[in-house]
Design a protein around this ligand. Structure first.
Ligand code: ADP
Ligand code: MG
Length: 351
């Protein structure tokens, strides 16, 4: 088969910029060189897209140093646009806002370039915890009790907001920006005294704040892959080394967070998780791949947490590790994800 050119898009304007650089580096080194020509395109923190040559240089010591030189508009990033136009497919590996939220996918749709992973709507829903929970709840999927409070509601009627939280949720509760990732802006509030700081932290990222009952149980994750007929991997478990799986426990080198593959749950519960993972994937209209996260209570009850449409993608990240444990190697997984991107593109082009 003739080699195909794949644009790996990474970096980006969100707080998860560095994580994305690490994922991209792993993906680029694992893509089968007999099958793919890799074209790196780095996106700076200010939103400029770098040429492949600068993008390669950007791995070390980081994309940020190019910000001043290039400006901040993708529309002025001529060399990157030419490189993208020469590619057969794009692999977006940008987490968070302007990457995982459907905007980058929309850009690729308009440009007419096939791409890996979820489309516009699924990406946008997956980036908004309030929309995502409403959709799951509506579909009869158990989620933690939650409340959505807008920043202006909170600012105007702090006491009413507190009252609403205490009446419908109680403590401890989780306070999150609706739009987030990597646990950024999330607080576990133990009492009324914690609420103002928790809201301030969440409102730094979004005007929409989600407050959830704290679920006591294991955190498990399942990798899903496919378009019309998605398949679920084995179930893995995260064992955070602190109160919850916060930013440091996800990324700090001193974190003692444990991964268990398979998860320490019964085979029947694992099967329930896998079926629910596929159901959530389909309800959201996911395509390509996504990681689906849950809580499992001690009595075996499974509660949906969230779907990540661009999960961490280093070779030691949960998404590829679960597939490796299920018999699909990291390079083969990447090829499969790209094939699914082509398949969707061709199916739509036939209409
Ligand atoms: N309702 C909840 N009950 C218990 N722990 C929670 C709850 N919501 C979030 N957490 C903890 O916070 C972490 C991050 O929350 P999550 O909603 O997954 O946001 P992110 O998109 O940033 O990963 C979870 O992995 C979990 O450890
Ligand atoms: Mg999460």
């Amino acid at each position: 088969m003739a080699k195909q050119r794949v644009a790996v898009l990474f970096g980006g304007r969100s707080g998860e910029h560095e994580v994305s650089v690490v994922s991209a580096r792993s993906v680029m080194s694992a893509l089968d060189p007999a099958r793919w020509d890799v074209v790196p395109i780095a996106i700076t923190r200010r939103g400029a897209w770098l040429s492949p040559a600068l993008s390669t240089a950007a791995f070390d010591p980081g994309v940020a140093r190019f910000d001043g030189e290039i400006g901040d508009s993708v529309l002025r990033s001529r060399a990157a646009m030419d490189a993208l136009a020469s590619c057969d497919i794009a692999f977006p590996l940008v987490h968070g806002t302007y990457g995982e939220d459907g905007t980058l996918q929309g850009f690729l749709e308009i440009a007419g370039i096939p791409y890996a992973g979820c489309g516009v709507a699924a990406s946008a829903i997956g980036m908004d915890k309030a929309l995502m929970k409403a959709l799951f709840h509506e579909s009869g999927i158990r989620v933690a009790r939650y409340l959505v409070i807008r920043s202006w509601e909170y600012t105007l009627t702090q006491n009413l907001s507190m009252q609403a939280i205490e009446e419908s949720i109680g403590y401890p509760c989780f306070v999150k920006p609706a739009n987030g990732g990597s646990s950024v802006g999330i607080t576990r509030a133990l009492s009324r005294e914690d609420i103002p700081a928790a809201f301030a932290a969440a409102m730094a990222y979004d005007d929409k704040v989600v407050i959830e009952e704290a679920i006591h149980g294991r955190e498990v994750e399942c990798s899903v892959l496919g378009n019309e007929y998605p398949e679920a991997s084995l179930v893995g478990e995260i064992e955070p080394d602190r109160d919850f799986y916060d930013y440091d426990s996800k990324y700090s080198s001193t974190s003692r967070t444990g991964l268990h593959i398979p998860a320490r749950i019964s085979p029947a519960t694992a099967e329930k998780v896998r079926q629910l993972a596929v159901r959530m994937y389909q309800v959201m209209g996911c395509e390509g791949y996504a990681r689906v996260d849950f809580f499992v209570r001690d009595d075996g009850e499974v509660i949906a947490n969230e779907v990540n449409t661009i999960p961490g993608f280093t070779s030691i990240s949960m998404y590829p590790k679960l597939w490796a444990a299920s018999g699909l190697s990291y390079p083969d997984l990447l090829t499969r994800i790209l094939e699914l991107g082509f398949e969707r593109y061709q199916r739509r082009a036939r209409r």
